[in-house]
Design a protein around this ligand. Structure first.
Ligand code: NAD
Length: 238
């Protein structure tokens, strides 16, 4: 199996796409640290996966990141894979979005992703191996109306991925971003069908379809791939 003996952290792993990524990694042999704010859902999921543990983690909290990564390394082992998946959305255009919502989106989506890499990458660099997969969005490849904060945050994740991939040059550590289109989760389900009706694959996507890309980038099949951006969006961004 592709992740036999490997340790993976998945943020926002209690439900939606994060839960799918955790299931996919565990099914291929990884010991997964499911990290989220949703303790009941996260614990239930971790108990159902061989070798998995649940950790309460607010990705915006730097000290919590340090504590969780220490505990994961003590209990499961050194981290081989980090999937920065936790994210939030508040809709609103440039005139309507409150500065509080704008700041909160950037805090969770951008600062949370930065803190994950900032905490985990030094160990990966020292060990000379590791893969980070940052979950951006189709909104990180194009503009959308009524999503000023979300679009800004997802472009931020895409740029941060390339900067970090260059920082890790020559170390054996790879960093890539994945850009889902409209996906059937609590976040994506409310999207208007018009958003995907005209795309080349004219339907909503399933979390498992994104998981297959995440697993590819997290594993050795992607050994020559870093700093890349990978749409899983039914062709929405062509
Ligand atoms: P979701 O709302 O079902 O899951 C998001 C998870 O992140 C939840 O479990 C939530 O508790 C967790 N989370 C939120 N804030 C957190 C914080 N501060 N600390 C830790 N965990 C936190 O949504 P989803 O659709 O599964 O989204 C997963 C990722 O995919 C997000 O980054 C989202 O922006 C991105 N995305 C979603 C879609 C879509 O259509 N569903 C499309 C493109 C990108």
């Amino acid at each position: 199996m592709r992740f036999d003996g490997k340790v993976a952290i998945v943020t926002g792993g209690a439900r939606g796409m994060g839960a799918s990524h955790a299931r996919g990694l565990a099914a291929e042999g990884a010991r997964v640290a499911v990290c989220d704010l949703l303790d009941d859902e996260g614990r239930t999921l971790a108990e159902s996966l061989p070798g998995a543990r649940y950790h309460h983690l607010d990705v915006t909290d730097e000290e919590a990141w340090q504590a969780v990564v220490r505990t994961v390394e003590d209990t499961l082992g050194p981290v081989d894979v980090l999937v920065n998946n936790a994210g939030i959305v508040h809709f609103g255009g440039v005139e309507e979005q409150s500065p509080e919502h704008f700041r909160r989106i950037l805090d969770v989506n951008v600062v949370g992703t930065f803190l994950g890499m900032h905490t985990v990458l030094p160990g990966m660099r020292d060990r000379g191996r590791g893969a980070v997969v940052n979950i951006s969005s189709a909104a990180g490849l194009m503009g959308f109306a009524d999503g000023i904060g979300y679009v800004t945050s997802k472009w931020g994740i895409r740029g941060m991925t390339k900067a970090a991939a260059l920082d890790m040059a020559g170390t054996g550590v790879r960093v890539n971003s994945v850009h889902p289109g409209v996906i059937r989760t609590s976040m994506g389900e409310g999207a208007a069908p018009a958003l995907f009706a005209d795309q080349p694959v004219p339907r909503i996507g399933e979390p498992e379809e994104v998981t297959r890309m995440v697993l590819f980038l997290a594993g050795d099949d992607a050994s020559y791939t870093t700093g890349g951006e990978f749409p899983v969006d039914g062709g929405q961004t062509i």
